[in-house]
Design a protein around this ligand. Structure first.
Ligand code: NAD
Length: 491
C-alpha cells in the first residue's frame, strides 16, 4: 500500500512482485526515490539485477501454460477486478502519482489514474472479442489463430507512470501472455501499488511480475534475456535504439514508442480562441512532459502578432504551484537531472538567438516546495526552424513560436525534424486540413484538437519516433502470434 508518510522514509521500501509475492531484491540494494516538488527522498527503490530477473522469468514461464489456457472471459473478469481495485483506491493512487512525478494532483485525477484503470477494462473487452480472420477460397478454407507469445516484457517511462505502465501490461495479459513489467525507476510508486492488488484481483502467481530498478541495469538485462521474445517499450529515442540493437541477436519482437518534436500549426482561418487555448494546452500539459506535446508552434504570419499576444496572456495565467494544491495547473519537473536538462535547452535557445517572451527560469516556491524542481512555462520566438532548439526533443515547458506564410512552407518546416509522432492543425478549411493530414510526416494528426484519444485507433510514430503502433487492436496484434490453419474443400 502507499508508503506511510509519517515513518522514517528509509523504511518505506518499494518491493518487487515476483511469482505472486512482494519480495526484496536478491542483492539487497536500493536507491532513493525523490519527491520532485520538494527535492526530498521519500522511499527506497529496489536496484534489481539479473538474479531478480531470473526469478521472474522462471515464475512467468511456469505460469504461462495455465494463463494461456484460461478462457478470455476469465481473463477479462480478473482484469476488470484489478480495474475495480484501482478505482476503489483512486485517491491514494492520485496522491502517490503526483508525489512521485511532480504533476498536479488534479491532472493525475483527471487523466493518469482513471486511464490507468480504464486500460484494463478496454483490454478486458478486447480479450473477449479479439480473433483471427477467415479466408474462403475455391479449394481451401483457412482461419488464423492468434496465440500468445509466452513471456513478454514491458518497459515504461516516467511521464505518465501508471497510464503507460497499464497501457502496455493490459494487452499483454489480455492476449494470454505472462509479463515482466519494468516501470520507470524515476516514478515506481503507482506500479508498486498496483502490484499489491494483483493477487486480490485473482491473477495466478507468476502471470504478472513487476521488477524495479535502473534502466541501464535491469532494463538492459530484460532486453538481452533469451527467454523474453517480445518487448514493448515506451521512452526516449536513444534508449529505443539501444533496445532495438540488443533485441536483434535474438530476433525479438519489439514495439518502440519514442520521442517527438511535434508541430502545432495554426492557420489564419482557425477558430482563434479555441486555437490559442489548444496550442497552450499542447505546449504545457504535464509541464510539457508528454511525448505528444506541441513544442513548435507555427502561426500564420497574418495573425502572428495577435496570436502571440493572446497566447502570452494565457501562458501568464498558468498557476505554478505545489502539486497538492487544487488550483495548481503547472507542477514540478520530474527530477533534478531533467530540470537541469531543460534549463540547459533554455540557455541554448538564447545562445541560438531566440527572444525570450515568457518564463525561462527555475521557479522557487515558498514553504514545502522551496527545493522543488519547478520551471516556468517558457516561450521563445525568432529561432530558425533548423536550429537545435527547434529540432531536438526538450521534453519540458518550452515552446518556440514560428511564423509561416504558406502551406508548403509550414509543411517543410513541420517535417524537417528526425521525429514524426504527432501534429495538430488548426483550420476551418476541411480541404486544407485533409491536405495537411496527408502530407505531415507523423503517426497522429489532430485537426482542431490536441490529444483527443480514441483508444481503438493506432498510436505511434514515424521516423525516429518509433516502430509499430499501439491502440487496442494494434497492441493485441503485437502481443500475439498468427497461426494459419487450412483445410481443403471438397472437390
Ligand atoms: P527513458 O528512455 O530514459 O526510459 C524509459 C524506460 O526505459 C525506463 O523504464 C528506463 O528505466 C528504461 N531504460 C533505460 N535505459 C534502458 C536500457 N538500456 N535498456 C532497457 N531499458 C532501459 O525515457 P524517459 O526519460 O523515462 O521518458 C521520456 C521519453 O519517453 C521522452 O523521449 C518521451 O518522448 C518518450 N515517450 C514517448 C511516448 C510515446 O508514446 N511515443 C510516450 C511517453 C514518453
Amino acid at each position: 500500500m502507499p508508503v506511510d508518510q509519517q515513518m522514517d522514509w528509509r523504511s518505506n521500501k518499494i518491493l518487487n512482485f515476483i511469482g505472486g509475492e512482494l519480495v526484496e531484491p536478491v542483492g539487497g540494494r536500493y536507491f532513493d526515490n525523490i519527491e520532485p516538488a520538494t527535492g526530498q527522498p521519500f522511499a527506497l527503490i529496489p536496484d534489481s539485477d539479473e538474479q531478480d530477473l531470473e526469478r521472474a522469468v522462471s515464475a512467468a514461464r511456469a505460469a504461462f501454460p495455465g494463463w494461456r489456457d484460461t478462457s478470455p472471459t476469465q481473463r477479462a473478469q480478473i482484469m476488470n477486478r484489478l480495474a475495480d481495485l484501482i478505482e476503489a483506491r483512486m485517491d491514494e493512487f492520485i496522491a502517490a502519482e503526483s508525489r512521485d512525478n511532480g504533476k498536479p494532483e488534479s491532472l493525475a485525477a483527471a487523466v493518469d489514474i482513471p486511464r490507468g484503470a480504464a486500460n484494463f477494462r478496454a483490454f478486458a473487452n478486447m480479450a473477449e472479442k479479439f480473433g483471427g480472420e477467415r479466408f474462403e477460397k475455391e479449394q481451401s478454407s483457412s482461419y488464423v489463430l492468434r496465440t500468445p507469445i509466452g513471456v513478454v516484457s514491458t518497459i515504461s517511462p516516467w511521464n505518465l507512470p501508471l497510464l503507460l505502465f497499464t497501457w502496455k501490461l493490459a494487452p499483454a495479459l489480455a492476449a494470454g501472455n505472462c509479463v515482466i513489467a519494468k516501470p520507470s525507476e524515476v516514478t515506481p510508486m503507482t506500479a508498486y501499488m498496483l502490484s499489491t492488488l494483483v493477487n486480490e484481483a485473482g491473477f495466478p502467481p507468476g502471470v504478472l511480475n513487476v521488477i524495479h530498478g535502473a534502466g541501464a541495469k535491469i532494463g538492459a538485462a530484460i532486453t538481452a534475456h533469451p527467454d523474453i521474445p517480445a518487448i514493448s517499450f515506451t521512452g526516449g529515442t536513444a534508449t529505443g535504439l539501444a533496445i532495438y540493437q540488443a533485441a536483434a541477436p535474438n530476433l525479438k519482437k519489439v514495439s518502440l514508442e519514442l520521442g517527438g518534436k511535434n508541430p502545432t500549426i495554426v492557420f489564419d482561418d482557425a477558430d482563434f480562441d479555441i486555437a490559442v487555448a489548444g496550442a497552450k494546452n499542447a505546449a504545457f500539459a504535464n509541464q510539457g512532459q508528454i511525448c505528444l506535446c506541441g513544442s513548435r508552434l507555427f502561426v500564420h504570419e497574418s495573425i502572428y502578432d495577435r496570436f502571440k499576444q493572446a497566447f502570452l496572456e494565457q501562458v501568464g495565467d498558468i498557476t505554478i504551484g505545489d502539486p497538492q494544491q487544487t488550483d495548481t495547473q503547472h507542477g514540478a519537473m520530474v527530477s533534478e537531472d531533467h530540470m537541469e536538462k531543460v534549463l540547459s535547452y533554455i540557455e541554448l535557445a538564447q545562445q541560438e538567438g531566440g527572444t525570450l517572451l515568457a518564463g525561462g527560469q527555475r521557479r522557487r516556491l515558498a514553504g514545502r516546495c522551496r527545493e522543488g524542481y519547478f520551471i516556468e512555462p517558457t516561450v521563445f520566438e525568432n529561432l530558425p526552424s533548423d536550429c537545435r532548439t527547434n529540432q531536438e526533443e526538450i521534453f519540458g515547458p518550452v515552446v518556440s513560436l514560428i511564423p509561416f506564410s504558406s502551406e508548403q512552407q509550414v509543411l517543410e518546416m513541420a517535417n524537417s525534424t528526425s521525429y514524426g509522432l504527432a501534429a495538430s492543425v488548426w483550420t476551418q478549411d476541411q480541404q486544407r486540413a485533409k491536405r495537411m493530414a496527408e502530407k505531415i510526416d507523423s503517426g497522429i494528426v489532430w485537426i482542431n484538437c490536441w490529444n483527443l484519444r480514441d483508444l481503438d485507433t493506432p498510436f505511434g510514430g514515424m521516423k525516429k519516433s518509433g516502430l509499430g503502433r499501439e491502440g487496442t487492436w494494434d497492441a493485441m496484434h503485437f502481443f500475439t502470434q498468427q497461426k494459419t490453419v487450412t483445410t481443403p474443400k471438397e472437390q
